[in-house]
Design a protein around this ligand. Structure first.
Ligand code: ADP
Ligand code: MG
Length: 258
């Protein structure tokens, strides 16, 4: 299984929207896909139609109580897409894990021998705390959603520093599969400027596919559906399909079922 963390310490940049829709696109392409909700807000869980009342065992139980991953996986209503949900308990996990041995490796250890999925996406919370650290230690690679706004590059350099530290101390194999520009608005000149700067600075690391600001993407979660199911033809859905194709081209195919 290839494990991809979707992280950016800023909130509201499109992490969860990207996690839900890229996971759905991969499932539609025939990859057995697992979505892991690592944000106590549980937006990824809600966004694919799993309300708080339907959630059983969750990422909290994996991290804090060593519950096996298989016990926490639930099917979603999207064929080929499974979920490990998050509950509000998870907000206490960072404190509960203080002093626990290998606390940065709880998720990695839990996923180590997991079989039955080709790819998993971890939707991270908006911080660089212990939860995100667990994701970065478990992941083969990182996908960064970046909103085209004035401070985008500063936030990014902080994230890249963290990645370097994780590579040095915990997970030398952690890669960065790419940066995706989100909430892109062609009519806004600042957006254009930031996008140019980011591409100049980071080159091929930035995906060609750009996610436009699109109201269908923001409506879909309230129906408990990925945008790709809610309205597969909208500009946002098409952009996420293009992103998935590009992502697949960047992944080591031989690892698919390994
Ligand atoms: P994060 O997980 O980084 O906090 P979200 O994916 O939850 O970000 O996005 C924040 C808000 O912006 C949500 O209300 C979401 O529906 C909306 N949103 C995300 N991406 C887009 C987009 N491309 N166009 C319009 N709205 C978007
Ligand atoms: Mg989120």
């Amino acid at each position: 299984m290839i494990c991809i963390a979707i992280a950016n310490q800023k909130g509201g940049v499109g992490k969860t929207t990207t996690a839900i829709n890229i996971a759905t696109a991969m499932a539609a392409t025939g990859w057995r896909t697992l979505l892991i909700d690592l944000d106590p807000q549980g937006n990824a869980s809600t966004g694919i139609g799993v309300d708080a009342s339907q959630r059983g065992l969750s990422t909290y139980d994996i991290l804090v109580d060593n519950v096996p991953v298989d016990d926490c996986i639930m099917q979603s209503r999207i064929p080929g897409l499974d979920l490990i949900p998050a509950t509000v308990d998870l907000s206490g996990a960072e404190i509960e894990l203080v002093g626990v041995e290998e606390r940065t490796h709880r998720l990695r250890n839990a996923l180590k021998h997991h079989q039955g999925h080709d790819v998993c996406f971890i939707d991270c919370p908006p911080s660089l705390g212990l939860l995100t650290l667990n994701a970065l230690c478990a992941a083969d690679t990182l996908l960064v959603p970046l909103q085209c706004e004035f401070f985008a590059l500063e936030g990014l350099s902080q994230l890249l520093q963290t990645v370097e530290q994780v590579q040095q101390r915990f997970n030398p194999d952690l890669g960065i599969v790419g940066i995706v520009l989100t909430m892109f608005d062609r009519r806004n000149r600042l957006t254009d400027q930031v996008s140019d700067d980011v591409r100049e600075c980071l080159g091929k690391l930035v995906f060609e596919a750009v996610i436009p600001r699109n109201v269908r993407l923001s409506e879909a979660p309230s129906h408990g559906l990925p945008a790709l199911v809610y309205d597969h033809a909208c500009a946002g859905s098409r952009a996420y399909m293009a992103l998935a194709r590009e992502l697949i081209g960047r992944l080591p195919q031989e690892r698919k079922a390994a």
